[in-house]
Each structure stands twice: as structure tokens, then as C-alpha cells.
Design a protein around this ligand. Structure first.
Ligand code: PHB
Length: 547
């Protein structure tokens, strides 16, 4: 499963790398890298861009599979969020992962701090509040592995999220062991500015039903508000109650929403290509020599394992991935060897290492970054400019734009604001408002004529917005600027709320209105659907910034 090394190499360089460099850093033959990349492209996990290979948000379905199966974010995340609201401090959940702690949930209230860890980031156990709690359960073999890592990588370069120098400052084994023992005695882990000046944290273990540690609950603050001692006094008692509730939550039945887990296998790949999820593709053998089946099968097994908190027996893995038993078994053995799967011989489960496959980087993508490749493909397809905009007060604000030709005299760039009422994107965004918000907008807004064609009567605009909501698109021409036509559709979040609009803008003489609806609307809708699908995958467990 050499292809996994390619994903790892891409993840280690913020999701993007030259193909030639991938061959160098993985030690794989260029031809192998090419085959791996075309396989990943086929699965929808990688896209080519200007000679580079780039990870796509679709890849997050692998990490989502682990997170769903772990039950930690689904079951404990809402409790952590409520604690963050109550304390008005950041709260995080981290799970033990080899000689480190990996974040699986973040409820972030960052002020005055430059650094925020993302889901998928891993800290070495000797750094930060959660790790000492986990190290208390280590045996001599675990300590030997820790020592080996420290000797091989003294600056912890393998931990991409760790600021340089932080690990060296944690001291030697004696110092770490003393911290672990102290933590074992009082049951808390503390971080007094080990990672960043000003950053203080305190952590408690959340026990799992089997008697081990499911995760660490951390409260993170800043020395301008709290010290480690004041955290102990003011926050710790409440944290203990919350940790108890969390333990009870893990002992109870799963609260994961059924549509997100075993019930629906993840599906990716471009909507118009026959390609689908790793699971569907893995079983096919007729995709040509460029397709690395072992890789596709391994990834299919990863997504299949996302369906179960208790782990799956071999036969269930074979069923869920659509693979023959012997094939599924080989994939499981390789994944176990690579550290992505663990098991007792009867049942197999994903490990948090699955989050190493690009999750942290991809969870930091913003909506404009997610949208950009889809806007570019749309613009190329229709030979007109494509843009993404959000509502900013009573204006639309451009958040992304791929221009092919300038047909507008107004010079539009990212950040440009235009009045919502006279633009197709604005109408799509206004049509997505609640009835009360729409009424308030129509009540307060002035609708000056920008051209002789601008709709300026509130009642007419209201009727247009209703029609837009019904049709699912808006078309406006000559209203903002004579000669300009725009057609726009909404982009909705996981809850179905309209959060952005995508448009294609053109000169009115380029096509008739009928041609615009026949030729531009379908690819426009497909682009919005691709953005929404990436957004769904990217926001399953973490928020995505809209701009
Ligand atoms: C965090 O959640 O960002 C965090 C947790 C524990 C630490 C430091 C940071 O020690």
C-alpha cells in the first residue's frame, strides 16, 4: 500500500507538492507515484494543479470514518462545547495516539493566543496537558518507544503542529517521568506555558467503559485571565463533573447520527464521473494499468471500518467494502502493520493515526479555498467568469473569483461589495433569509436605480426573491450595469442554510437568456453541488471559516 506514503508526503507539505518531489521524498519510482496519483484522483482524493498534486477535502472522509467509529466527538463534543460556552474558555478533547496525544475535538475561544490546534494535530506526550495523563498508563515498552523517538527526532519534526524548540525545552526523561508521576498522583495534567508563552491548560482523563482512558478533557486559557493554580481552583471542580458525564455518555448507547455512519457509505469523486467512493471502486478491476488496486482497496477498508464503534470482524469488513474476504484480510494486515488499524484478531478498528492522512491541514481550509477549484473548472467550462459571494450586511461581498474575461466595467476582486438587491448572487442570498430577516431587509433597505432597469419597488423585489427561492437560481441583467448578465445559485451548509452564492457573469450579447439557462445553469448547479459536498465532508467534525 505504497500509495499511503504519497498521501502522507502531501499531508506533510500542507496538502500540495510537485509530483517530482513526491517521488524524491517517498523514494518511490516516478511511474509508481504517477499511478498512485491517478488512483487517488480517480477516488476524488487528489487533484492536479499546475504540475502539483493537491489533496482535496474529500480525503477527510477517511478521518471522518475514524472519528465516527471512535464516538468521541459525536458523543462528547456537544458536552465539551457546552463547557466552553459556560467557562468562556477553549475546551478540547485529545485521544492517546502512540507516544502522543491527538486532538479529536476543539471548542475554540482563542483570544491573545497565536496558536490553535486543529482536529488531527498530534502533540508529543511530553508536551502539553493531555500527554502526561496518557503516559501514566505506559509500560516499559512504551517508554522505550518514546526514548527511541526522542533520540531519533530530538526536535519532534514529525509533529507538524508543534512550535520549534518546544519539545527540546521539556527536559530529559527524568523531568518527564516526574511530571507523569505527579500527574498520576493528583489525576490532572497541566501545561504552564510549555507550548507557547501565555498559554496555560489543565486536563483530566475521561475513562472508557473498559477501564482505560478514552480521551483527555482540556481547558485552555491565557495568563492574562488564569494561572494553572487559578484553573485548579475555579475550573477543575466543574471539569470533574463534566468528565464524569462524559464517561457516562461513552458507557451509554451511541448518539451518532445514523445518516453519517454505517448507514451511508461515503461517496466521492466527481458527480458526473462514474467514480464513487473507495468502497465502490475497490472492487472494480477494469480501470486500467494506471489504477493501483491495493491502494483503493486499503482505503475502502478504512471507510468501511468507520461504520462501527465496536470494530468489525473480517466478514463484515469484506461485506462493507465490497471486497472478497481474502482481499479484505490482506488489506487489514497491511493497514495494521502501517498503524492505521488495530484489532484483537476477531475485530478490527481504526486508530487515530488515520487523522495523519491530511485531516488537520484540510480542516483548516476556508469556504473560498474549498470553492476555488470548482469555480476554476466552471469558468473553464463556460468560458466566463465564476465567483463566490457571501452576504455582508445588505451587500454581497466577493469571497472568490476566477475571471476569464472582463466584461464588467466595475473592477471586481475578492472583497468587492455590491448592493445585494441588484445582483443575482444577492437575490440568491436574500432568498435564503428567514421570512423575518427578509421583511426586515425590505423594510430598511434603500433601492436606488443603478440603471434604468434596476428593480426598485420593494414589493417587486419581494416577489422576485420568492421566485428565486422556488426556482433555486436567480438571473439578473442590466440591473447593476447595462450589458451585464449574471446567473447565480445558492451554496448550502450541512443544515441546509444558504451561506454563499456562486455565479457566472457574462455580457448579455454572449448568449440569450434561454441559452444561459440551458447551457450555463446545469454546470453552475453541478459546481455548487461539488462545493457543497466538499463542505459537508470538511465540516462533519469541524467548523469551516466562511471567509
Ligand atoms: C488545546 O486544546 O489547544 C491545548 C490543549 C492542551 C494543551 C495546550 C493546548 O496543553
Amino acid at each position: 500500500m505504497r500509495g499511503i506514503a504519497v498521501i502522507q508526503a502531501l499531508a506533510a507539505s500542507r496538502g500540495r507538492r510537485r509530483v517530482s518531489e513526491l517521488a524524491r521524498v517517498t523514494g518511490l519510482a516516478r511511474s509508481t507515484v504517477d499511478r498512485v496519483l491517478s488512483t487517488l484522483e480517480r477516488l476524488g482524493y487528489v487533484r492536479p494543479y499546475e504540475g502539483d498534486a493537491v489533496l482535496t477535502p474529500a480525503l477527510m472522509e477517511l478521518g471522518n470514518a475514524y472519528l465516527a467509529a471512535s464516538r468521541v466527538p459525536d458523543t462528547l463534543g456537544p458536552i465539551a462545547d457546552a463547557l466552553a460556552d459556560e467557562l468562556d474558555e477553549s475546551v478540547s478533547l485529545a485521544v492517546p495516539d502512540a507516544d502522543g496525544a491527538r486532538f479529536v475535538h476543539q471548542a475554540t475561544r482563542r483570544r491573545a493566543m497565536s496558536l490553535a490546534f486543529r482536529i488531527g494535530d498530534r502533540l508529543p506526550a511530553e508536551l502539553g496537558a493531555p500527554g502526561v495523563l496518557f503516559a501514566a498508563a505506559w509500560d516499559e515498552q512504551d517508554w522505550a518507544a518514546w526514548r527511541h523517538r526522542r533520540a531519533a527526532d530530538p526536535d519532534a519534526t514529525a509533529f507538524a503542529a508543534v512550535p520549534p524548540g518546544a519539545v527540546a525545552a521539556t527536559g530529559d526523561e527524568r523531568v518527564f517521568r516526574a511530571r507523569v508521576e505527579a500527574s498520576h498522583r493528583d489525576g490532572t495534567g497541566v501545561d504552564d506555558q510549555m507550548i507557547e508563552p501565555g498559554l496555560v491548560a489543565i486536563a483530566l482523563p475521561v475513562p472508557d467503559p473498559a477501564g482505560g482512558i478514552a480521551c483527555a478533557l482540556s481547558v485552555v486559557s491565557h495568563t492574562s485571565r488564569q494561572t494553572v493554580d487559578s484553573l485548579r481552583e475555579t475550573v477543575l471542580p466543574r471539569m470533574r463533573e463534566v468528565a464524569d458525564r462524559m464517561a457516562a455518555g461513552l458507557a451509554g448507547p451511541s448518539e451518532a447520527s445514523p445518516d453519517e455512519t454505517s448507514a451511508s457509505p461515503p461517496t466521492h469523486g466527481t458527480p458526473d464521473a462514474p467514480a464513487g467512493s473507495a468502497a465502490r471502486l475497490a472492487a472494480k478491476s477494469d480501470l486500467g494499468p494506471e489504477f493501483v488496486e491495493s491502494l483503493a482497496r486499503g482505503l475502502a477498508v478504512v471507510t468501511a471500518l468507520g461504520g462501527s464503534a465496536e470494530g468489525l470482524p473480517l466478514s463484515a469488513v469484506a461485506d462493507a467494502s465490497g471486497l472478497a474476504r481474502a482481499t479484505a484480510r490482506r488489506a487489514l494486515i497491511t493497514l495494521t502493520y502501517l498503524g492505521y488499524v488495530t484489532g484483537d484478531g476477531k475485530r478490527f478498528r481504526l486508530t487515530p493515526k488515520v487523522l495523519d492522512l491530511g485531516y488537520s491541514h484540510l480542516s483548516g481550509l476556508t469556504l473560498p479555498q474549498i470553492a476555488r477549484p470548482h469555480l476554476a473548472a466552471l469558468a473553464e467550462r463556460v468560458h466566463d467568469s465564476a465567483s463566490l459571494a457571501i452576504l455582508a450586511g445588505d451587500d454581497i461581498q466577493y469571497a472568490g473569483r476566477v475571471a476569464v474575461a472582463r466584461v464588467m466595467s466595475v473592477n471586481i476582486t475578492v472583497g468587492t461589495r455590491l448592493p445585494a438587491y441588484a445582483t443575482a448572487m444577492g437575490r440568491v442570498l436574500l432568498a435564503g433569509l428567514t421570512a423575518a430577516d427578509r421583511a426586515a431587509y425590505l423594510d430598511r433597505v434603500e433601492l436606488p436605480a443603478l440603471t434604468p432597469h434596476t428593480v426598485t419597488a420593494p414589493a417587486d423585489l419581494d416577489a422576485l426573491l420568492t421566485a428565486t427561492a422556488q426556482a433555486g437560481f436567480a438571473l439578473a441583467e442590466d440591473e447593476l450595469e447595462v450589458g451585464l448578465r449574471s446567473i447565480a445559485v445558492p451554496v448550502r451548509d450541512r443544515q441546509g442554510k444558504v451561506i454563499a452564492a456562486v455565479n457566472v457573469a457574462m455580457h448579455v450579447r454572449r448568449r440569450t437568456v434561454a441559452e444561459t439557462e440551458a447551457d450555463v445553469l446545469p454546470p453552475l448547479r453541478a459546481a455548487a453541488a461539488r462545493i457543497e459536498r466538499d463542505l459537508r465532508t470538511a465540516t462533519r467534525y469541524s467548523g469551516t471559516a466562511v471567509v
